[in-house]
Design a protein around this ligand. Structure first.
Ligand SMILES: Nc1ncnc2c1ncn2[C@@H]1O[C@H](COP(=O)(O)OP(=O)(O)OP(=O)(O)O)[C@@H](O)[C@H]1O
Ligand SMILES: [Mg+2]
Length: 269
């Protein structure tokens, strides 16, 4: 599968949604809009490869064709992987056993190298390292999410990945998105966060149940992204210090306005 096409349905008042958008592998599309506007609904439409049979009436094509029943309802080889906001493991096994089991179900030849690869990847996204012998149920929220992102990037065959609100807690989100896109997947992320929204090539603005605009990230926005990322890094740095029990009593304005990523280009005279 190379492309996914979204075709408009109807907004909450029943007016037609003007939408015909094709995404290719390696694309990141962010979804923004007010609370209750229909961001999660759009992700669900993609998740079930809607064919006019959801509340929005939207349709989803794969490689410009209507997906067959087998593609829509297959359990083993799903086209779409979904990372929901509330992840809880309930299996009473270790992280290592979980990865090996998942590898086996993907018909890979699972071995310790696979466990190492996924753990190394997950541990790039989270603060306190996940160990292979930890029980799955004892991972924190951020650790669980990081493990699932690494697992989805490296083990899941699904070419489309949906993430509903990758929050700013416990997961290095920018690295997570880079990781997934590096694996040549189509990535859709709903977010209220400017750093994530500008990271995509395009973003969909949703209001009252329909896509109102497809906004192409502009060069000026890309430049601002570098600045926002630098600010974000600093903010995350404060969290790190809090976690370590340090005081936040230093010169905050200087902390936020000096150093890498912040320097203003000299204005032309
Ligand atoms: N086009 C539509 N027609 C009918 N109902 C819709 C439409 N779009 C969304 N809805 C419904 O509106 C409700 C709110 O949508 P949704 O949960 O997707 O909002 P959201 O943008 O994800 O909000 P939040 O930011 O709070 O997560 C849901 O019940 C959803 O099914
Ligand atoms: Mg939502």
């Amino acid at each position: 599968m190379h492309s996914l096409t979204l075709l408009g349905g109807y907004d909450k008042e029943g007016y037609p949604e003007v939408l015909d958008l094709t995404l290719n592998r390696g694309d990141i599309l962010c979804i923004v809009g007010p609370t209750g506007a229909g961001k999660s609904r759009l992700l669900e439409d993609i998740g079930c490869l809607a064919q006019g049979d959801t509340p929005t009436g939207r349709r989803v094509l794969l490689d410009h064709q209507v997906p067959g029943e087998a593609q829509r309802f297959a359990i083993g080889n799903r086209m779409v992987a979904q990372l929901s906001q509330n992840m809880h493991f309930i299996m009473d096994i270790s992280v290592r056993e979980f990865i090996l089991m998942h590898g086996e179900s993907r018909c890979l030849d699972p071995e310790e190298a696979l466990v190492d690869r996924i753990l190394r990847c997950a541990n790039q996204l989270t603060g306190e390292a996940i160990q292979g012998d930890m029980p799955l149920t004892q991972l924190s929220g951020g650790q669980s999410r990081s493990l699932m992102i690494a697992d989805t990037a490296l083990l899941s065959p699904s070419p489309v990945v949906l993430i509903d609100e990758l929050e700013n807690a416990g997961v290095d989100r920018q690295r997570a998105l880079e990781l997934l896109v590096g694996e040549d997947k189509i990535l859709l992320v709903s977010t209220h966060d400017p750093v994530l929204a500008l990271l995509g090539d395009r973003r969909l603005c949703i209001q009252r149940g329909a896509v109102r605009e497809v906004i192409q990230t502009t060069p000026a926005e890309r430049r601002n992204l570098a600045f926002l990322s630098a600010i974000n890094e600093r903010f995350l740095g404060l969290r790190e210090r809090l976690r370590e029990g340090a005081l936040l009593d230093f010169d905050m304005p200087a902390y936020f306005t000096e150093g890498p990523g912040i320097e203003k280009e000299a204005a032309p005279r």
